[in-house]
Design a protein around this ligand. Sequence first.
Ligand SMILES: [Zn+2]
Length: 64
Amino acid sequence: MTKAPFTVVRREDLDPICPHCTQPLTEVYYKAKGAGWFVLPPRNVVYFCPHCRKVLGMGQSKMA
Ligand SMILES: [Zn+2]
């Protein structure tokens, strides 16, 4: 593990902003699809904005 070159500050009073619609993200939606998701292999998770529904990121299970 390398040491992070910046200070990490926990700010529960601030909400992240969606980079697409600039709405505050008080919550993030995600969709986990196994069979039926034709592009991604199973166990992949897609996170998306509840306001504009654009994809914020994808998570991959390290267990796969
Ligand atoms: Zn958005």
